[in-house]
Design a protein around this ligand. Structure first.
Ligand code: S3P
Length: 428
C-alpha cells in the first residue's frame, strides 16, 4: 500500500499538456471496435489500469490489438469467441456495466468480475432492465452483485424509462438495443454524458436523440473508429481546483473534451469566482479545446443541486474548493455519490473533518462551512478521486494520503504533474 505526502505549494503557472486521456471515451473505443468488421485506429488510448483491463477483455473476446507509438489498432475477430476465462473489469463500473449490455446479446457464456470494491457495487440497475428484455444474467443478490454470469442471447426491443441519469446504464441499454429484434427507445431524467451516442452515430449506427433516444438495430457491422482520444476533463479538473485555490496561480489544460456534459465542474468553479476560459479548437465526435483557470481571489460558496450527473466525478475535488471558500456550500440530490468507487459522501466528509473543516453529511449530499484546511492524514478509501482530491488540498497545508495506488486506475502520471508544482513523496 503506497502513502503519499504533498507539501504546501507556492503560486504556479502550469501548462498541462499531458493530462491522462479520457477514460469514458477510451473504454468505449475498445469495446465499440468489436461492432465493426474492419480495424479501428485509436490514438492516445488511456493506458491506465481500468482501460487496460477493458482492452484485455476485448482481446479475450478474440480481437487483435497492435500498438505502435501512441496508436493502437484493434482488429475485430470474424466472430467473437467464447472466452475460456473470467473477464476481469478490475475497479471499473463503466467496463462492467457496458459489457453487461454488450455481452447479453452476443451468443456465448461470459463471467464478469472485478476487484473487491467493484464486487460491492450495484449492478441491478443494468441487469434488471436487461433481464426484462430477455437477457440471461445471474449474480449474487439476485443478479445485483458481481461476479455476473451472462448467457448471451437474442434480446427483445424495449421502451425503457430509466429512473437515474446514468451514462453507464444508458450505454448498456443502447448496446443491447443494437442487436435487439426491433427499434428501441430510452429516456433518462436528464441527459447523462453522451459519448456512446456520439461515437456510435459516428460509426454509422442509427441513433436519434432528442428527449427520447431511438435506437435501430444494426443492419450489419458498423464503420470502424478513427479517433484521437482527448484529455480527460475529470482528471484535469484536479489541477483546475489547484489553480483556483493557490493564490496567484494559473493552469492551461490542452486538448480536452469540451463536451457540455463533461465541463460543468469548471462552470461551478467559475460561479465560485475563479476565472475560467474555454477555447474550442476542433470537433470530431466531440468538441475539443483548451481550458484556462486563473486564481481570482478567495472563492465564494456555492450550492450544487442540479446537473449532478455532469458533476458526479468532480464533486470530491469541488468539495476541496468549497472547504476554503467564503461561506457555507451545499451539495444536494447527489445520492449517486454513495455508489461510486467508494461512498464519496462519507469519504469526503470524513476526510474534510480530519482537515479541521466544519462539514456534515446528508443522505443526498453534504454541507461545508468554508474556512481553512489543516494538514492531516487521510484514507483514500481505495478511491482514486478521493486520493487525488486530498492531494490537491495538500497544496494549501501539508497532507498525507494513505492507499494511493488507486490513482493508477485513471491517471498514472498524476504525481508527475503534481510534482511540477510542489514537493511530493511516496513510500510503501
Ligand atoms: C461513466 C459514467 C458515470 C461516471 C463514470 C464514467 C461512463 O457513471 O461516474 O466515472 O463512462 O459512462 P454513472 O453512469 O454511474 O453516472
Amino acid at each position: 500500500m503506497t502513502t503519499l505526502a504533498v507539501k504546501k505549494a507556492e503560486a504556479f503557472d502550469l501548462l498541462c499538456d499531458s493530462i491522462a486521456s479520457d477514460k469514458s471515451i477510451s473504454h468505449r473505443c475498445a469495446m465499440f471496435s468489436l461492432l465493426s468488421d474492419k480495424p479501428s485506429r485509436i490514438r492516445n488510448y488511456l493506458r491506465a489500469e481500468d482501460t487496460l483491463n477493458t482492452l484485455a477483455i476485448v482481446k479475450q473476446l478474440g480481437a487483435k490489438v497492435e500498438e505502435e507509438g501512441d496508436t493502437i489498432t484493434i482488429t475485430p475477430p470474424k466472430e467473437a469467441s467464447e472466452p475460456e476465462d473470467v473477464l476481469d473489469c478490475g475497479n471499473s463500473g463503466t467496463a462492467m456495466r457496458l459489457f453487461c449490455g454488450f455481452l447479453s446479446s452476443l451468443p456465448g457464456h461470459y463471467v464478469l468480475t472485478g476487484d473487491r470494491y467493484l464486487r460491492r457495487r450495484p449492478m441491478k440497475r443494468v441487469t434488471g432492465p436487461l433481464t426484462q428484455i430477455g437477457a440471461k444474467i445471474d449474480g449474487r443478490e439476485e443478479g445485483n452483485l458481481a461476479p455476473l454470469c451472462i448467457r448471451g442471447d437474442r434480446l427483445r426491443s424495449f421502451n425503457y424509462e430509466s429512473p437515474i441519469a446514468s451514462a453507464q446504464v444508458k450505454s448498456a441499454m443502447i448496446l443491447a438495443a443494437l442487436r435487439a429484434d426491433d427499434v428501441s427507445t430510452y429516456r433518462e431524467p436528464e441527459l447523462s454524458r453522451d459519448h456512446t451516442e456520439r461515437m456510435l452515430r459516428g460509426m454509422g449506427a442509427n441513433i436519434e436523440s432528442w428527449d427520447t433516444i431511438t435506437i435501430e438495430p444494426m443492419r450489419g457491422p458498423l464503420e470502424p473508429l478513427d479517433i484521437t482520444v482527448p484529455a480527460d476533463p475529470s482528471s484535469a479538473f484536479f489541477f483546475a481546483v489547484a489553480a483556483a485555490i493557490v493564490p496567484g496561480s494559473r493552469v492551461v489544460i490542452t486538448d480536452v473534451t469540451l463536451n457540455p456534459t463533461r465541463i460543468e465542474a469548471y462552470k461551478v468553479l467559475k460561479r465560485m469566482g475563479a476565472r475560467v476560459e474555454f477555447t474550442e479548437k476542433e470537433n470530431r465526435y466531440e468538441p475539443i479545446g483548451d481550458i484556462t483557470i486563473t486564481y481570482n481571489g478567495r472563492l465564494k460558496s456555492v450550492e450544487v443541486s442540479e446537473h449532478i450527473s455532469w458533476l458526479i466525478d468532480e464533486l470530491p475535488a469541488i468539495s476541496i474548493a468549497m472547504a476554503v471558500a467564503e461561506g457555507e456550500s451545499v451539495v444536494r440530490n447527489a445520492e449517486e455519490l454513495r455508489v461510486k468507487e467508494s461512498d464519496r459522501i462519507t469519504c469526503v466528509v470524513e476526510g474534510l473533518k480530519r482537515c479541521g473543516v466544519v462539514c456534515s453529511e446528508r443522505e443526498d449530499g453534504y454541507l461545508i462551512e468554508g474556512g481553512e484546511i489543516h494538514g492531516a492524514t487521510i484514507d483514500s478509501c481505495g478511491d482514486h478521486r478521493i486520493a487525488m482530491s486530498f492531494a490537491i488540498a495538500g497544496l494549501l497545508a501539508d497532507m498525507t494520503i494513505e492507499d494511493v495506488d488507486c490513482i493508477e486506475t485513471s491517471f498514472p502520471n498524476f504525481l508527475d504533474i503534481l510534482s511540477q508544482i510542489t514537493e511530493v513523496k511516496t513510500w510503501k
